[in-house]
Design a protein around this ligand. Structure first.
Ligand code: CUA
Length: 324
């Protein structure tokens, strides 16, 4: 019961919200049932043999057959070889033909839209081909829509996995792997990089926001637009800090000269709920602490400590907070 209590939440392969994820969960339960059936059978036979021990030949000839009795080859070969083989072949067929076919990359003509997922050490970048929208760590898709997810990487091998929606798919340098992303329900599902990719592999998570279709279209339109120019004086100073300092050599903010591509695109960073691969919430205080000392939260990440403190840090945070 304690182990079962660990299941749940929004990152759960046994709480599926799509056809492929449902089939994967069902396969799990079939495998589990057959395995427990086999375990029960073997345990039963062991207990049966123990209960019937010593029934014959108490004098020490227990192994000798009675006159005319033959060892039961049917039991040995049938139950020991043929039956397990049949069970394993049956499970293989169910797993391969039924599940692998269902979770194959979708036919291009069967999907309504495409999202590119690009793995980075250590965050996820999402692009929406046909628009200029770029988001990081937080992916939005419309509900009940077949999305063609194209996964690749900018550095090492990662693996894109949202357990409630489909199986995992590796991101391979120079390759594009595809998977169907579909949800039959509005909600937020958590995903996780599922291939060890370095020091912060565990902090390379993502959220999938499944939205009603009109809400999604409005969101995508906002994300595709360039950043709004800061209005308040403090935020304008922050923009200067961003553009004149080192920030803009690694980060892009569309609508400004900042075009870096090492770190996440920050055009609409204030619209996210989390930062740094879901490591911390996106609030003013966490944002400031992240900029002042990101290595404290995520040791090994590529952002150095630029010793930004005091008024310059405050201005920068004010600017970034305005990028809705
Ligand atoms: Cu990326 Cu593990």
């Amino acid at each position: 019961m304690l182990a079962l209590a660990g299941c749940g939440g929004s990152q759960n392969a046994l709480n599926p919200h799509s056809h492929p994820a449902t089939d994967i969960a069902n396969l799990f339960w079939v495998m589990m049932a057959v395995s427990f059936g086999g375990l029960a059978l073997i345990t039963g036979l062991l207990v049966f043999a123990w209960v019937r021990r010593g029934r014959r030949g108490v004098g020490g000839d227990a192994g000798d057959p009675h006159p005319g009795e033959k060892p039961s080859w049917f039991v040995v070969v049938g139950m020991g070889v043929v039956f397990p083989l049949m069970v394993i072949v049956a499970l293989f067929i169910v797993g391969n033909w039924a599940i692998i076919n269902v979770t194959q990359a979708p036919a291009a003509s069967s999907t309504a839209m495409t999202v590119d997922a690009i793995g980075h050490q250590w965050y996820w970048e999402f692009r929406y081909p046909g628009t200029r929208a770029v988001t990081d760590d937080e992916l939005h898709i419309p509900v009940r829509t077949r999305v063609n997810l194209v996964a690749t990487t900018s550095d090492v091998i990662h693996s894109f996995w949202v357990p409630a929606l489909n199986r995992k798919i590796d991101t391979i340098p120079g390759e594009e792997n595809r998977i169907l992303l579909y949800s039959n329900k509005v909600g937020v599902f958590r995903g996780q990089c599922a291939e060890y990719c370095g020091l912060q592999h565990a902090h390379m998570s993502m959220l999938v926001f499944v939205q009603p279709k009109t809400q999604f279209r409005a969101w995508l339109k906002r994300q595709a637009a360039p950043a709004a120019a800061p209005k308040r004086a403090l935020a304008r100073r922050g923009e200067q800090v961003f553009l004149s300092g080192s920030c803009s050599s690694c980060h892009a903010i569309r609508g400004t000269p900042a075009r870096g591509f090492v770190g996440p695109d920050l055009t609409h960073v204030a619209g996210r709920t989390t930062l740094a691969g879901l490591t911390i919430p996106n609030s003013r205080s966490y944002l400031a602490r992240w900029i002042a000392g990101s290595q404290h939260f995520k040791p090994g990440n590529e952002m150095p400590d630029f010793q930004l403190r005091g008024p310059r840090l405050q201005a920068l945070v004010a600017y970034l907070e305005g990028l809705k």
